[in-house]
Design a protein around this ligand. Structure first.
Ligand SMILES: Nc1nc2c(ncn2[C@@H]2O[C@H](COP(=O)(O)OP(=O)(O)OP(=O)(O)O)[C@@H](O)[C@H]2O)c(=O)[nH]1
Ligand SMILES: [Mg+2]
Length: 190
């Protein structure tokens, strides 16, 4: 039987004509929970958020179709463990959401290196990028100003070829969820 990982190696996306947003970020940063939250929000609108549904580490990819006010968009999460083959999906996307776990200080520098390699990838040079600082509900974390200065975010944004938006976010509490949806609605197809 084919495993999910082997399936995603041989099953290249056939929907390049449809708007595709890639959801990237290291393992455990909260991409799958974000996907589930966005799916609920696009279906039922902003209501009371249920307790976060359980998630498993994504081995392969997760695809979710969202119906927004003005368009349909497919979100493709690439598991953090798939980092080495993320670039094989860069050609087919019109926007990128890059998630950082802002409560995991030990992971932040490796996330920064991943982010820089995403931003310098040629197929993504004009692609709108949203950087989400997730898990802002957690106590004892650095302020966003501290994290951004640790990452030299101002320099990254200034030197990047693509438009970059940054947002504070919590997939658990729903803080920033509506803004993510608005960003998806607003990004132009390249
Ligand atoms: N406190 C808190 N926990 C979160 C948040 N977002 C995600 N989590 C938790 O973090 C864990 C990992 O979340 P996932 O969504 O599976 O992470 P992922 O980025 O999809 O990980 P991979 O698929 O392995 O790449 C889960 O236990 C989530 O419930 C958040 O905003 N706050
Ligand atoms: Mg996942």
């Amino acid at each position: 039987m084919l495993s999910l990982a082997s399936l995603c190696f041989c099953w290249k996306p056939e929907m390049s004509s449809k708007e595709m947003c890639l959801l990237l970020g290291a393992t455990g940063v909260g991409k799958t929970l974000l996907l589930k939250r966005l799916q609920k929000l696009s279906l039922y609108g902003l209501g009371e958020l249920e307790t976060p549904p359980p998630t498993l580490p994504t081995v392969g990819t997760n695809l979710t179709d969202l119906t927004l006010k003005k368009k349909k968009i497919t979100l493709r999460e690439l598991g953090g463990c798939m980092g080495p083959i993320w670039p094989s999906y860069f050609e087919d996307c019109s926007s990128v959401i890059f998630v950082v776990d802002s409560a995991n200080i030990a992971q932040i520098s490796s996330s920064c290196i991943q982010l820089l390699s995403v931003l310098s990838a040629e197929p993504l040079r004009n692609t709108s990028v949203l950087i989400l600082f997730n898990k802002r509900d957690m106590p004892c974390i650095m302020s966003l100003v501290e994290i951004k200065s640790l990452l030299r975010m101002d320099d990254i944004v200034a030197s990047a070829s693509q438009p970059i938006t940054t947002l504070e976010f919590s997939a658990r509490s729903g803080q920033g969820l509506q803004e993510v949806l608005s960003w998806l609605e607003s990004v132009a197809v390249k």
